[in-house]
Write a protein that binds this ligand. Structure first.
Ligand code: AMP
Ligand code: GLY
Length: 420
């Protein structure tokens, strides 16, 4: 089989590595990939906004299956487009992708199907939003409706900050804004819960907790994620039942009522408060870096699962996991998530210890004249697995020390709630 992966981050490199293990696959393409995927796949630099270009390449090269990593092409409808040409593609369609593309779409489903989530109000006018602020208890959460790479969310403790947030959102900081969402602040612990679905049935696909803030102690600005660990320390059979019955099943039923279905990974960002789950947001893809943390635990052939999903045979597919504790630390460029330099050489990569329990997934890297250069905010993902989180953490940080990249930054406290 020939498989194509759309995306260029750590998530896509980890997907690429796991596909490499499958004896069903003889060629992998990455669009556009990174310096890590280049060793195991053919990196092809296509314009991800140009679906015609992507479709032409897939058909000309006889690619049998496409896996879409990031949300943007999904929200833009790449699945609907490619399926028109009978291309097998794993990911949700445009309607279902609104679960991530529009917070208001999701909130309306929560309201109609009684899915537990923060109480919310939607405002189309600045004045009405600001008047409402005069009556609320702080902290309060203010959100832009559209895709904002995790940045369109403000947690405000007073009127002035909230008022500025509303001005910034309506001022177009996250793209043209028709409305703003003001919601109740949920106080609890966050976890990420994943499922895989073929449109008919679904199965759990692991749990994780990520560290979104840039500074140690979960402080500072929000990022795409500075590290993660799997499984979540919060998950139990009882909590999983509550998540599935109160959140996942009603959401998939809601999509059926809209005459559509969900095929792909679905990532529920949850707040757990007094052992009860509340939906914060949906993502229509695997998390990054959660994916890098979860996939090395998988024992079933990944491509078999994905192919079966595309053929609506998920129900008969057994998914086996090992019980190891997995932890990922992200090495970023210094300065991320603000300004950072690019094109800086990363030496010592070949010295890193890699085996069945230790992985290195590239994100923002390119390969030039046989050198690896940094090319983005999040640069490398160090992942280890072992029987307990403390040992896992030791192994990850050992490898980071071996690399010793002076232009990089990483948090030294990833997994602090589960390690010594
Ligand atoms: P989102 O993009 O909706 O996931 O929000 C980004 C981050 O903001 C989440 O991961 C939470 O840490 C935080 N957040 C969002 N909504 C709420 C809420 N209602 N209460 C508390 N924290 C929230
Ligand atoms: N790690 C957060 C995300 O993938 O959205």
């Amino acid at each position: 089989m020939k498989v194509g992966i759309i995306g260029s981050g750590g998530r896509e490199h980890s997907i690429c590595e796991i596909i490499k293990k499958s004896n069903k696959v003889n060629q992998i393409f990455c669009f556009p990939g990174n310096a890590g995927t280049k060793n195991i796949s053919k990196n092809v630099n296509l314009n991800l906004e140009n679906f015609t270009e992507i479709k032409d390449f897939i058909l000309e090269n006889g690619i049998d299956l496409i896996i879409v990593g990031p949300e943007k092409p999904l929200v833009d409808g790449i699945v609907d487009y490619l399926e028109k040409f009978n291309i097998k593609v794993f990911g949700p369609n445009k309607t279902a992708s609104q679960l991530e593309g529009s917070k208001i779409f999701t909130k309306k489903i929560c309201e109609e199907f009684k899915i537990p989530t923060a109480k919310f109000q939607i405002f189309e006018k600045i004045d009405n939003a600001k008047n409402y602020l005069k009556k609320v208890n702080f902290p309060i959460v203010i959100k832009a409706d559209n895709l904002a790479s995790g940045k369109g969310v403000y947690i405000c403790t007073n009127y002035n900050d909230s008022s500025n947030a509303i001005d910034e959102i309506f001022g177009g900081k996250f793209g043209k804004a028709k409305n703003v969402l003001i919601e109740e602040f949920l106080d609890g612990e966050e976890m990420s819960f994943f499922i895989i679905s073929d449109g008919i049935s679904f199965k759990s696909f692991g749990t994780a907790q990520d560290h979104k803030r840039v500074l140690e102690g979960d402080k500072g600005k929000n990022t795409g994620g500075m590290g993660a660990y799997s499984p979540s320390r919060l998950i139990s059979n009882l909590l999983e039942k509550k998540i599935v019955n109160r959140i996942i099943k009603p959401t998939l039923n809601a999509l059926k009522k809209l005459n559509t279905e969900y095929k792909g990974f679905l990532y529920a960002g949850l707040m757990i408060k007094n052992d009860d789950p509340y939906l914060i947001e949906y993502n229509v893809r695997m998390g990054d870096p959660e994916c890098q943390t979860i996939l090395p635990k998988l024992e079933t052939d990944f491509i078999e699962i994905i192919k079966n999903c595309c053929e609506k045979k998920l129900e008969q597919t057994k998914i086996k996991w090992n019980k190891k504790k997995s932890l990922c630390v992200v090495l970023s460029s210094k300065g991320y998530p603000d300004k950072f330099k690019k094109n800086i050489e990363i030496k010592n990569i070949e010295k890193i210890i890699l085996d069945n329990n230790n992985y290195l997934f590239h994100a923002g890297t390119i390969d030039k004249d046989n050198k690896i250069l940094s090319n983005g905010g999040r640069v490398l993902n160090f992942v280890s697995l072992s029987e307990n989180f403390s040992e896992t953490k030791k192994n990850v940080y050992n490898n980071l020390k071996i690399l010793n990249w002076s232009e990089g930054y990483y948090r030294r406290d990833i997994g602090f709630k589960v390690t010594d």
